[in-house]
Design a protein around this ligand. Structure first.
Ligand SMILES: NC(=O)c1ccc[n+]([C@@H]2O[C@H](COP(=O)([O-])OP(=O)(O)OC[C@H]3O[C@@H](n4cnc5c(N)ncnc54)[C@H](OP(=O)(O)O)[C@@H]3O)[C@@H](O)[C@H]2O)c1
Length: 203
């Protein structure tokens, strides 16, 4: 399976490096593919090349850059594909940019007509994304989508990395996952707990 990752930052690098180490072919879509530093065993191309060649795309750009990134990759490049949305809708001062009546994931799905968007990874700090645990304790990976196929892929990635994957339901539940992602940031950086923390579900 060929995985296209739009964005070569902290999240893109962590997930892409982990997936490459599990045997997936990973191709990054970068605004500067020549200069991009990408994990071993992966390659960099333009966003359009990465998105159109990939079977599954991971959108790992800042919330404020999503619309431009989709345009650059070409809306049609996502048609019929699973798109994993990791974004947290942060505005200025790390506040909440979308409100309670929608979510970054739902807006992304509207923007990319015909893509199967699944929310995942947004509630985890990037430094834990490649391993899925803190000190051996599995972190929860919440997934939400209207597409069972997309959820299956997100689950496969999460479980291969080592997370405890939790199905949160339809894409609309991204509203709760994004609130949880922002709580994570709030606790880590505004309440000074630091980033060596994460969420799990005790059953
Ligand atoms: N960091 C975390 O712990 C964390 C955790 C959960 C979710 N998230 C979410 O994951 C997404 C990526 O976060 P990140 O920490 O990986 O961010 P980052 O380190 O800043 O990387 C974002 C990447 O997006 C690409 N990009 C495309 N358009 C851009 C633009 N206009 N401005 C800046 N970068 C642009 C860049 O790659 P190229 O230069 O190669 O194009 C850049 O390296 C965000 O939506 C964030 O909310 C982050």
């Amino acid at each position: 399976m060929k995985v296209g990752i739009i964005g070569t930052g902290k999240v893109g690098s962590a997930i892409g490096g982990a997936l490459a180490s599990k045997g997936y072919e990973v191709i990054y879509g970068s605004r500067n593919p020549q200069q991009a530093k990408v994990p071993q065993g992966t390659k960099a191309a333009t966003p359009k090349e990465a998105a159109s060649q990939a079977d599954v795309v991971i959108m790992a750009v800042p919330y404020s850059a999503v619309k431009d990134a989709i345009k650059e990759a070409g809306k049609d490049s996502f048609k019929g594909k699973t798109v994993i949305d990791v974004t947290n809708p942060l505005g200025k001062d790390m506040d909440w940019a979308v409100g309670f009546k929608t979510s970054s994931a739902e807006e992304m799905a509207k923007e990319m007509k015909g893509a199967n968007v699944v929310k995942a990874f947004n509630t985890v700090f990037a430094e834990h994304m490649a391993v899925g645990n803190i000190n051996g304790e599995k972190l929860g990976l919440f997934i939400a989508s209207d597409s069972e196929d997309a959820k299956k892929t997100a689950r496969e990635f999460g479980e291969k990395i080592g997370f405890d994957v939790i199905d949160a339901g339809k894409l609309e539940a991204s509203r709760y996952l994004e609130a949880l992602g922002i709580l994570n940031i709030h606790l880590g950086y505004k309440q000074n707990m630091g980033s060596k923390m994460g969420f799990k579900v005790v059953r």
